[in-house]
Design a protein around this ligand. Structure first.
Ligand code: WT7
Length: 656
């Protein structure tokens, strides 16, 4: 109750280090100054639809749209009447140009000495052959196809092939269980599953086909399974249902004309698990999604033909869709893809890859950056990282400590950092610096991208004051927004459009500072209410991590008779530090000094690792359960490593 009445979130963070864009970088950038950004932004804000039309015009359309936007809240249709094809825009367009023999994908397998380069012409051939193979299995425009694969070029071929013929793909992260596959495949009634015998992870082989086999038992709509031979592990092939990739593409034509699809044709469904309930099938469509992925790739990453762009996300996440499989290719760029783990065979694998391939742009997650920081400077220091010119982060608030480390150790104090805020639902980057234009401050995603109108509001829709925390909202439709939740439009309305009148509710707490910069304070569900003060998790965690001894931290609220909620912190120490009562006191004092005694944790549990989702987000929900009831009964299907929870339970028991 009180939770709902009080609608603002208090901010306690204070960060004032400003990094101006490097002059030389700015000179060569697509967007060269803050003035230029503001001019484009302001013009777009006056007429977002006209702005997005001008972006969409730089793509290929078989037929032009007659109406740029049809908006019946909460449903948007963009570029109505227009016909286009995502795969055509990512591939065919470049074949008429000097890019025909340019590398589209440079791939490195986890086992060493395994490198493949796929040019745009080769990409075309592979995608067409595979598209024809799908057709030969009876896949038609509008059918759903599941992709459950390791990070290999064929995963991108498969996505592009679906896009080419108008089949709607749903990529399921290769680490998910048979149950997770079953739920997703059945929810959207897939006709085909594309998988591999196995995939490499940290030197071991994950038996993907075997997992698919047990899922398919309970997937009545699946007619065929296509299996890429990747790891060479033994698999059983069911006659009539299962087909080897190499056999089914053999002899297929390398021409497969791209379908002329309606702009609103469903391109993909990507399942995202919220904090509660079953996964939501987020639906993205063709023309609008492509427009968003294309222009954000170009401006946020300042993509040039000479770049080697490495987004480390798996294609199982939205980041791997927009910034591996689609956005960069729509720009004719070279993307680097790596199959395996960052610590195999050693903790320097990423830096080894950057050095050998002369990677120029690196886009990764705060959770990875905190792990690198914890492993130590010696690993990046073994390598020449001077090819890097731009760094990016996504997925969680990046604490200033990790930002500064990324800047100094990986970026050689030379590279701009783009901290990009967006969601599976938004399809493309929403709040972000433009690297040649926006002065950055560690910990903030800065300003909205042109054409994106955001606000911080309370429950009634009133805009927050400067530095007053509230709910992050998006107030105007934009092309790459989700269209609905597959099969559950009611849930779409309820989840995103009923919390605050007439705007999109992102579910994040945020504040806007005096520069107009946006600071994400964490998920609204995670807000802690201490004596009537609502505190976001990000700031307290950031204060903890700013102490030398701390590698990573998560805070949650647990019921407290006096204060309403008390702050329970879970802390992972850097290797050389040991948990102790003194350390607990030191850290509590540190937080009090950094951001005030209101935010001081009431108790600290030291732990070797935090429970995370497979995409690297800390699962505060589990920690909250643990801190509240001493056990975890909720859904743990997205948990990355179960042993972490076991250990934590033991620790808690030990303390009690
Ligand atoms: C949620 C969306 C978007 C691709 C990866 C995650 C958090 C994302 C940032 C950032 C602070 C961030 C938000 C958001 N988030 N980027 N730069 N700063 N928080 O996609 O799994 O749909 O998660 O991730 O809480 O709502 P997702």
């Amino acid at each position: 109750m009180a939770e709902n009445e009080r609608t603002s979130i208090e901010s306690v963070l204070n960060e004032d280090r400003v990094f101006e864009p490097d002059e030389e970088f700015s000179r060569g950038a697509h967007i060269k100054s803050f003035e230029e950004y503001e001019r484009i932004y302001d013009e777009a804000a006056k007429d977002p639809v006209a702005f997005w039309e001008s972006v969409a015009e730089s793509l290929h359309w078989f037929e032009p749209w007659h109406t740029p936007l049809v908006w019946t809240e909460p449903h948007a249709k963009w570029f109505v009447g227009g016909k286009t094809n995502v795969s055509y825009n990512c591939i065919d367009r470049h074949l008429e140009t000097y890019r025909r023999n340019k590398a589209a994908i440079i791939w490195e397998g986890e086992p060493e000495d395994e490198i493949r380069t796929v040019t745009y012409q080769q990409l075309f051939n592979e995608v067409c052959r595979f598209a024809n193979a799908l057709k030969s299995l009876g896949v038609e425009k509008g059918d759903r196809v599941a992709i459950y694969m390791p990070m290999v070029p064929e995963a991108v071929f498969a996505m592009q092939a679906c896009a080419r013929i108008g089949a709607t793909h749903t990529v399921i992260f290769g680490g998910f269980s048979a149950d997770a596959i079953k739920d997703r495949v059945n929810d959207c009634a897939c006709k085909v599953i594309i998988t591999a015998d196995g995939g490499y992870r940290r030197g071991k082989v994950l038996p993907l086909k075997e997992t698919v086999d047990s899922a398919v038992e309970s997937c009545p709509t699946v007619e065929s399974v296509i299996v890429l031979k990747r790891a060479g592990n033994e698999v059983t092939m069911r006659e009539g249902r299962d087909h080897w990739w190499h056999q089914i593409v053999a002899g297929k034509n390398t021409e497969c004309p791209a379908e002329k699809l309606d702009s609103e044709h469903p391109l993909f469904i990507l399942y995202t698990s919220g904090t509660t309930g079953k996964p939501k099938g987020i639906l993205h469509t063709t023309g609008g999604y492509l427009t968003g992925a294309y222009i954000t790739s170009k401006w946020v990453f300042d993509l040039k033909d000479e770049d080697t762009f490495w987004c480390t996300a798996d294609v199982g996440w939205i980041t791997g869709h927009s910034y591996v499989a689609y956005g960069p290719l729509a720009n004719g760029s070279t993307v680097l893809m790596y199959e395996g783990a960052p610590n195999y065979p050693d903790f320097d694998r990423f830096w080894d890859i950057v050095e050998r391939h002369r990677v120029t742009i690196l886009y990764t997650a705060p959770t990875a950056i905190r792990a690198f920081l914890k492993w130590g400077d010696e690993y990046p220091e073994r390598h020449d990282l001077s090819s890097l010119r731009l760094l990016g982060t996504v997925g969680e608030p990046i604490n200033p400590e990790a930002w500064m480390w990324y800047h100094r150790v990986i970026g050689g104090s030379r590279c701009p950092i783009v901290d990009t805020w967006w969601q599976t639902e938004t399809g493309s980057i929403m709040i972000t610096p433009l690297p040649g234009a926006t002065p950055t401050v560690p910990g903030t995603a800065t300003r909205p991208f042109p054409g994106i109108i955001v606000d911080i509001q309370d429950r009634s829709g009133k805009s927050a004051e400067v530095d007053e925390g509230g709910f992050l909202t998006i107030t105007h439709p934009y092309p790459s927004m989700l269209r609905t939740i597959w099969g559950d439009d009611e849930r779409y309305r309820k989840q995103y459009w009923s919390e605050i009148p007439n705007v999109y509710f992102a579910g994040d707490g945020a504040r806007r500072d005096k520069r107009g910069y946006y600071w994400i304070m964490g998920r609204v569900d995670d807000v802690i209410n201490v004596s009537g003060h609502r505190l976001g998790t990000a700031e307290i965690e950031s204060a903890l991590v700013s102490h030398d001894a701390v590698a990573e931290a998560a805070v949650v609220g647990r019921p407290d008779e006096i204060k309403g909620q008390a702050i329970a912190a879970f802390v992972t120490l850097e290797g050389r530090h040991k948990p102790s009562e003194e350390m607990e006191e030191v850290l509590k004092k540190h937080v009090a000094k950094e951001i005030g005694s209101l935010a001081k944790p009431h108790d600290i549990t030291f732990t070797e690792a935090l429970p995370k989702t497979r995409s690297g987000k800390i699962m505060r929900r589990l920690l909250r359960e643990l801190a509240t009831t001493g056990e975890v009964k909720g859904d743990v299907t997205t948990l990355e490593d179960f042993s972490v929870l076991e250990k934590l339970r033991e620790d808690e028991d030990g303390e009690a």
